[in-house]
Design a protein around this ligand. Structure first.
Ligand code: ADP
Length: 484
């Protein structure tokens, strides 16, 4: 398993801090060391210039012992740190601090008269002699026609001690800074991730009994807040879905209970009587048959809807003449029209309008719309079926002059088991599933179903399909799943 984000962030902070501190501290140390060396070197060069001047002016005028004493007594020349050798190899001046002087460049070839190793340009180096660290400037000089080797030195003891102390503090500060920075990083990342941890804890504790709970949204204005809001949106949708399923199950059970109770009562009544005339049995059986038919229709509807929800409904699609399909459905319901004393008009298009769809499902859709139109229109009323095309869509509309639908109910009539007047529609044989099924069938055909109505002024149901130019252009049978 990978490390938690908090630890990984801390590790990254640690590594970055380590590299940054190491680079900064090494940089600081070497800069200070360089600065010290350049100050010391400058001081050595100043001393050399003074000595140069002193020797040039006096080397011919005074014998060497006198001149040597004058140098010895001159504190500005720092005689303890001065060394001088003549071209014949004779050491003319030996400062106390330079008694063990060994400069490799001078030692390469012993200075013989007229032949000295060429160190004409001043060189500066750091040497460790006799337990001391010395910064030494050395060169070969020709003064008043004679060659000399000169070495001037400065004790680096004090600056070295300062540098060493600095180095020690730096070494000590690295772990301290790293511990402080890593602790701060751990704390900061913990605080930043705390809302995430809460979201995870809430999400983990969620189950179907706690769908009302919501994640507390941190007011951070960042991705964490967005995540919490998105998860809450998702929970709301899941809760809605659960509630729909619960409502659907409760409504379905309720709807099935009524016919079962009726069947039971119808069977019990004649059975309780010792001997009943044949008419009583016949009536009971007829009731049982009626309720069984009603139940099996209801079960088929429920099955279709749940298959649609699961995306499992597979249907074949083919090219369908919309006008013809509607005419056939009207013909099927003609006896009902006559029985209720209604007028039915069919307004067809001039040319054939093709749609792509499934014959059986479309027949079901038309029967639902027509049956409702007849059911909710009183005797003497009119129902008009029209077919046409506009705005690149092919549509059909069923308009009736019936009781109409109140604005408050219009948005809900496509819901499952929704009935405007429950007692009345049940007596009409309605289950409240017709329009829900119509809606699913329309969705399957990529069609839109809309309703316009005013209470007491009839209703118009309009289904519009994507237009298809001609039957030849329609691809053959296509299997489509009802989208949930
Ligand atoms: P039902 O099987 O009860 O008719 P539907 O889903 O087909 O169920 O219709 C839902 C409700 O919409 C009905 O109860 C009814 O009140 C209302 N409705 C449907 N069609 C019409 C219509 N043409 N005129 C008036 N009301 C209608």
């Amino acid at each position: 398993m990978k490390l938690p984000i908090r630890l990984r962030l801390t590790a990254v902070y640690f590594a970055v801090f380590f590299v940054v501190i190491a680079v900064l501290e090494l940089g600081a140390y070497y800069s200070v060391r360089e600065a010290m060396h350049s100050i010391v070197d400058h001081e050595l060069e100043t001393r050399l210039a003074g000595l140069d001047d002193h020797l040039t002016r006096h080397i011919k005028r005074f014998p060497w012992p006198v001149l040597r004493d004058s140098i010895q007594l001159h504190p500005a020349f720092q005689p303890d740190f001065l060394w001088m050798r003549a071209a014949d190899g004779h050491v003319m001046f030996q400062g106390a601090a330079l008694h063990s002087l060994r400069i490799p460049a001078f030692d390469q070839a012993a200075p013989i008269a007229g032949r000295m190793p060429n160190v004409a340009k001043p060189q500066v180096d750091t040497f460790n002699w006799g337990g001391r660290t010395l910064r030494v400037l050395y060169l070969q000089r020709t003064i008043q026609g004679n060659q000399y080797q000169l070495a001037l030195a400065t004790d680096l003891g004090l600056p070295g001690a300062v540098l060493n102390k600095m180095w020690l503090w730096m070494l000590l500060s690295v772990p301290i800074v790293l511990v402080v920075a890593s602790t701060a990083a751990y704390w900061i990342s913990g605080r930043a991730l705390a809302p995430m941890t809460r979201i995870i804890a809430t999400a983990r504790s969620m189950d179907s009994t706690k769908l009302r709970e919501r994640i507390s949204v941190p007011n951070t204005g960042d991705e964490v807040q967005l995540l919490a809001e998105t998860m809450n949106g998702m929970l709301t949708r899941i809760e809605d879905g659960f509630q729909q399923v619960r409502r659907f199950t409760a409504d379905a059970s309720h709807e099935l209970r009524t016919p079962v109770a009726i069947v039971r009562a119808a069977a019990e009544i004649p059975l309780l009587r010792r001997s009943a005339p044949e008419r009583v049995y016949r009536e009971a059986l007829e009731r049982i048959l009626r309720e069984s038919e009603r139940s099996s229709t209801l079960l088929e509807d429920l099955l279709l809807l749940s298959r649609a929800d699961a995306g499992a409904e597979q249907i074949d699609q083919e090219s369908i003449d919309l006008g013809k399909s509607l005419t056939q459905a009207c013909a099927q319901l003609a006896p009902l029209v006559e029985q209720k004393g209604l007028r039915l008009h069919m307004r067809g298009p001039e040319q054939t309008l093709w749609i792509r769809g499934n014959q059986e499902h479309l027949r079901r859709l038309w029967l639902i719309l027509l049956d409702n139109a007849f059911k909710y229109t009183t005797s003497g009323g009119a129902v008009e079926v029209s077919v046409g095309s506009s705005d690149g869509r092919t549509y059909c509309a069923v308009t009736d002059s019936g009781i109409g639908i109140a604005p408050g109910d219009l948005s809900r009539i496509f819901e499952r088991f929704y009935r405007v007047d429950k007692a009345r529609t049940r007596s009409h044989g309605g289950t409240g599933l017709g329009l829900a099924i119509a809606h699913e069938i329309a969705k399957l055909h990529d069609a839109a179903i809309e309703v316009e109505s005013e209470l007491g002024r009839g209703a118009t149901f309009r289904v519009s399909f994507p237009s298809v130019v001609s039957a030849e252009k329609i691809p053959g049978a296509v299997r489509t799943a009802i989208a949930s």
